[in-house]
Design a protein around this ligand. Structure first.
Ligand code: SF4
Ligand code: MSK
Length: 658
């Protein structure tokens, strides 16, 4: 036990553990952390209980050294004269820019890797999905017919790189949106140009003495977010599919119980899939298997946390140890030999927690180091060797495991994940009739009321996973098809809602018939945070298929971020709204200090983009609100009429117009 981590459990936390986490595995390990005096985000939240109300309302400004300033009734302006509207809007824009930068830098690394592969310097990486490469080339207007795949990949990579550096004119990727939406962006002067330029301009505008009009600042926040959703994130998903393969449905399991009592446990955490893909391959290497045996272990368990977990889950079926708030808990099981981090959402506390156990925390990205972690920079050119070195080091650490400190809760649930848009199309219509037609028809007939994307993180300020899972259950009962990404998807996986069987039991009758007849589960795990772009892609397919409007603001679709915490979630919410999709937040942004900013985001965006933000802290009420929003859209489309329910059999399917 390390003395620096031993603190008395905060009484409020110790008394109410069951109010803090939903799943039994987390509950058991959280209790273990208290028994062993190891701090986690749950205990640290107690010591941060009196969180700053100026920060919460967004009226604290520290953008220059005449400040910091904070707005109060007695001090309505900062030293420079900025009022609450300007300060709140500037802070908000910086949050969106940061979220956009994170997703898009992730994408940039992947495009650079694609370029290396195309030029023949990709080492062990390859073009895993040539069909996807050619489809993407056609979407971007890159000539692919009668050309070798590497040549196509090189042109595509160069074009995608120019999406980052473009100085004038709209991003190419915007063309993947429905035509009418592109027109709305043009009209509103909200088309983003180069991704990097949008982020740089956000920082410029928020520098002291530049942009002080909250409307102008917020419009740029929405523009910047579009450079994320239709730019960086979309590019990241496309290139991941080309390099590592497009996801298709795969079975696996989730929660801390996936860790082995007698296996070497290696947990990967973060967001970028390049290393974890290689770890997945290296874990089957004969040298590794021999080393595992020599160490006296029964095998090697590779498992994931957060979105790195989602990336290797949807492509390889590698089990998920947990979502965001379980990263510390995984170490506290005492059974993890190594926790490997790449970028994003990796808590700086991890090495401190690991001091109480034998776990080695290893950082692998030169841009993401943590004091106390071992740093082993991942060498992409020798990726397989790099991955093997990491695994061998984890195996060598197995002998340091202290059996007296091990507690692996025998709690995990089976799941099915990997629903890319291509996979959904295939499920709906098979190889020759792949199409969204059956989904559109089911929505038009009212058997499916609409589509809801539930995305985002966990946040210790609320009971972990609770809102996400109550809402998911409500929506499936109310006959909504639910698309999931990120930690929200893992939350439902841990609850067993990602198996077709369990989810079908929950589904309302018409929806259930459609799912059974078409063979699609009611809740679909579509991937990681950047894969929220797949949700936009799916909604665009619905528009293109016809019958449900010609813009995303007409389709019966809503996005929800129930337990969000990251700036990335703010960027995601913004690009949904700017794309015409209403977004419900489980808790509000830090904007309450400005009525004007609040009104702009929660109302005015409707006039500009046909959608807005809504805040609803209760999941059952959120389900009602979603019903209202979707019903309004269904009314406008003229499809909100009762239809006789009828089993959707093979004969019906053959008669479909495709
Ligand atoms: Fe204060 Fe203005 Fe400087 Fe902000 S930019 S810290 S409000 S003086
Ligand atoms: S990992 S951004 S906690 S979803 Fe993508 Fe989870 Fe949110 Fe990180």
């Amino acid at each position: 036990m390390n003395e620096t981590t031993r603190t008395a459990p905060p009484p409020a936390l110790a008394a109410n553990l069951a109010d803090r986490v939903t799943d039994l595995a987390s509950l058991k390990i959280l209790q273990k952390s208290l028994d062993e005096g190891v701090d986690t985000c749950f205990t640290r939240l107690e010591t941060q209980r009196n969180q700053c109300t100026f920060g919460k309302s967004g009226v604290c400004c520290r953008l220059c050294y005449m400040g910091p300033c904070r707005i109060t009734p007695k001090a309505p302006r900062g030293v420079c004269g900025a009022d609450a509207d300007a300060i709140v809007a500037r802070n908000y824009l910086r949050e969106v820019a940061s979220g956009t930068a994170a997703h898009s830098d992730h994408a940039r690394h992947l495009v650079l890797l694609l370029k290396k592969v195309a030029e023949g310097h990709g080492g062990y990486y390859r073009l895993a999905d040539e069909q996807k490469l050619r489809a993407a080339a056609r979407q971007y207007g890159v000539e692919e017919k009668d050309r070798e795949a590497p040549a196509v990949a090189l042109d595509l990579a160069n074009l995608m790189l120019s999406e980052f550096t473009l100085q004038e004119g709209p991003l190419q990727t915007l063309k993947l949106a429905p035509l009418r939406r592109q027109g709305i962006w043009r009209q509103r002067k909200s088309q983003p140009t180069g991704i990097d330029r949008m982020v740089v301009e956000s920082l410029h505008r928020t520098n002291i003495g530049v942009d002080h009009d909250y409307r102008n600042l917020l419009l740029h926040a929405l523009r910047t977010s579009l450079a994320d959703g239709w730019g960086g994130s979309r590019v990241a998903s496309i290139v991941s599919d080309i390099l590592f393969g497009s996801p298709s449905p795969v079975r696996s399991s989730a929660n801390l119980g996936v860790l082995g009592e007698r296996t070497v446990n290696l947990v990967v955490h973060g967001h970028e899939p390049a290393l974890s893909e290689m770890l997945a391959i290296a874990s089957h290497d004969p040298e590794i298997l021999a080393a595992v045996k020599a160490a006296g272990a029964d095998g090697l368990t590779l498992a994931g946390i957060c979105c790195t977990a989602n990336e290797i889950l949807i492509r390889h079926g590698i089990p998920v140890a947990g979502n965001f708030l379980q990263q510390e808990l995984a170490i506290i099981t005492g059974a993890v030999e190594m926790l490997i981090t790449d970028v994003q959402c990796c808590m700086p506390s991890l090495p401190e927690v690991a001091k109480s156990y034998h776990t080695e925390v290893v950082s692998t990205s030169d841009m993401a180091k943590t004091i106390g972690a071992v740093h082993m920079a991942f060498d992409e050119e020798h990726a397989l060797d790099s991955a093997k070195q990491l695994i061998l080091r984890a195996i060598a650490n197995y002998r340091h495991r202290d059996p007296l400190k091990v507690l692996i809760p025998q709690v995990s649930k089976p799941l099915v994940a990997g629903f890319s848009v291509a996979a959904i199309k295939y499920m709906l219509g098979g190889t020759f009739r792949a199409s969204f037609r059956p989904l559109n028809d089911a929505i038009i007939q009212g058997r499916i009321k609409g589509i809801v994307g539930i995305v985002g993180c966990n946040n210790p300020r609320a009971k972990t996973d609770s809102y996400i899972n109550i809402l998911t259950r409500e929506l499936v009962q109310k006959e909504f098809i639910v698309l999931k990404t990120g930690c929200a998807a893992i939350a439902s996986a841990k609850e067993g809602m990602l198996t077709p069987e369990t989810a079908l039991e929950l589904a309302g009758p018409g929806f259930r018939e459609v799912c059974e007849a078409v063979g699609i589960p009611p809740v679909l795990h579509m991937g990681s945070c950047v894969d929220n772009s797949r949700l936009l892609e799916a909604a665009t397919e619905v528009v293109n298929e016809g019958g449900l409007g010609d813009d995303l603001s007409e389709v019966p679709v809503v996005g929800v971020a129930p337990e969000w915490m990251s700036e990335k979630a703010i960027a995601i919410g913004c690009y949904f709204v700017a794309s015409g999709v209403d977004v419900i937040l489980g808790h509000p942004f830090h904007i309450s200090g400005s009525e004007n900013v609040t009104r702009y985001l929660n109302q005015d965006t409707r006039d500009l983009f046909g959608a807005s933000f809504h805040v609803c802290s209760d999941p059952v009420q959120a389900a009602e609100l979603i019903m209202e929003i979707i019903n309004r859209r269904r009314d406008k489309l003229g499809i909100n009429r009762k239809t006789e329910r009828k089993l959707y059999d093979m004969k019906d399917r053959r008669e479909l117009h495709v």
